[in-house]
Design a protein around this ligand. Structure first.
Ligand code: NGQ
Ligand code: ZN
Length: 464
């Protein structure tokens, strides 16, 4: 029997209209799906998926270096530990990252993402310079290392170089421990142009920008950045941290006279190009306006829980047809299943109800949240991903049909089992990105050497 490398037949696959039977997937050499056909018969010799096929999930928010500090800040260092005291520890960590260390950490992280079924990542990259704040001889050195790590792992990437200019509202001068992050709009755009020349865009790689937060840019610098970006690529994605902490909302109200989301919506043409990460603290009017804007709310539930951020009003926002996507952010968890579960559980715990994020026409919470995060996550990447559909990237995960979370269940309960049940090994068996089978039987093709390099980098970082 001949095995066609460019096609796969699945007994069950999750298409834009839900679970379908007998699906043929075909893709081209660029890793783009050319055929997605349900209710068909298997061509002779076609490779068969080992189980049900789900589209790969985009991870819309990552700070790769923070993977190496996961689990190392879970002790009390102050009478009251908060996001802000965590940030001090994070800055100390960021000060120690070397180009080689970052390369090893990012590659291992992206392998972990792939194993979980994340097939795209948006990297919100802000450690740009040497420890003393000087430019590297090759200015985009660190960005390039991260792009290379993505390419080596096989994950699709949206690289978002971050503009970090100020330390707080009102254009406050940067702090000393932020010096590795600092740029002007022009120097950031220059970094972007340079890295784009040496690592050009492709189906698997896209560039955008990320103003870090309203704390870190001014209205004027944000305008300069965005018009510079338009000159490079008029539809490139724009991501920003927006309203994660109540202290940031209060400071914005005080200096700017408006809450952060409202301030941004009032002054900028916020549309589907935008991803507002941690739109956690929004009032009713902001929730409705954000939903109408078409922007994606970037939700990073495990990190937001870990940092004590607060709970996003997901029910009102989804009912207003707001777009969402999920991100693993600080990488305290690298599994889309935990993000979706926690999105619902935050609502259950605060409202003392069940199945809060279901709707009349989408009664299964997991199915609704999965489909919404695929759609919003794909938009946030600015790439053609997020669906088993001709023209999109050939990105998917194959589930283990014998896994205790789904075995003997009917297809309409599979996503519920995958998202809400935890029983040992992940149910994700094989993962493809851009048509390449990168994970087979729960193992990534490079995981042993990549993990060894990650451990060496971690040992180096943790050495006194
Ligand atoms: C970051 N992380 O840039 O890594 C931020 C913390 C800040 C999260 N917001 C720093 N989760 O917002 O100032
Ligand atoms: Zn972030």
């Amino acid at each position: 029997m001949t095995q066609h490398a460019q096609s796969l037949f699945a007994d069950h696959a999750f298409l834009p209209d839900g679970w379908r039977r007998n699906v043929l997937l075909e893709w081209d050499a660029a890793g783009t799906l050319t055929t997605v056909k349900a209710d068909t018969s298997a061509p002779d010799g076609v490779a068969r998926a080992a189980g049900p096929v789900l589209p790969g999930m985009p991870n819309l928010h990552s700070h790769a270096f923070q993977r190496a500090m996961a689990g190392l800040t879970e002790y009390r260092a102050n009478a009251t530990d908060t996001f802000w005291s965590w940030r001090e520890l994070m800055y100390r960590f960021a000060a120690r990252i070397s180009p080689e260390g970052l390369a090893a950490i990012a590659q291992w992280l992206y392998i972990e993402m792939l194993k979980a079924g994340y097939t795209s990542v948006c990297e919100f990259h802000y450690v740009h310079h040497m420890a003393d704040g000087e430019r590297y001889a090759n200015a985009p050195e660190l960005m390039q290392r991260v792009v290379d790590a993505a390419q080596r792992s096989g994950i699709g990437m949206t690289m978002l170089p971050v503009l970090y200019q100020y330390s707080g509202f009102g254009s406050q001068a940067p702090r000393d421990d932020q010096r590795r992050f600092i740029n002007t709009p022009d120097s950031l755009l220059e970094l972007l142009r340079t890295v784009r020349d040496v690592r050009p865009e492709s189906a698997a790689l896209r560039y955008g920008v990320a103003p870090h937060s309203l704390r870190a840019v001014s209205e004027a610098s944000l305008r300069t950045l965005l018009s510079g970006l338009d000159a490079i690529s008029a539809d490139a994605p724009i991501h920003i941290h927006i309203a994660e902490q109540t202290a940031e909302v209060d400071a914005c109200l005080k200096t700017e006279g408006a809450r952060p989301v409202q301030w941004l919506l009032d002054r900028f043409d916020v549309d589907a190009r935008w991803c507002l990460v941690h739109a956690t603290h929004v009032d009713e009017a902001e929730t409705a306006a954000l939903a109408t804007s078409g922007a994606v709310a970037g939700l990073c539930l495990t990190t937001e829980a870990n940092l004590g951020d607060g709970v996003f009003p997901a029910q009102a926002y989804l009912d207003a047809k707001g777009r969402i996507g999920i991100g693993s952010d600080s990488h305290i968890g690298v599994d889309w299943r935990s993000e979706l579960r926690l999105l619902e559980y935050g609502q259950r715990l605060t409202r003392r109800q069940r199945n809060v994020l279901a709707s009349a026409d989408a009664t299964h919470v997991a199915d609704r949240l999965f489909a919404a995060s695929l759609d919003g996550g794909a938009r946030a990447t600015g790439r053609a991903v997020g669906a088993l559909q001709a023209g999109r990237q050939a990105d998917w995960m194959v589930l283990d049909a014998a896994h205790p979370a789904i075995a003997e269940h009917a297809p309409d309960a599979w996503l519920s089992g995958v998202v809400f049940c935890e029983h040992g090994d992940t149910p994700v068996l094989d993962v493809y990105a851009g048509g390449d089978k990168l994970v087979e039987n729960r193992r990534h093709r490079d995981e042993e050497p990549a993990y060894a390099r990650y451990r060496a980098a971690l040992a180096e970082l943790l050495k006194n």
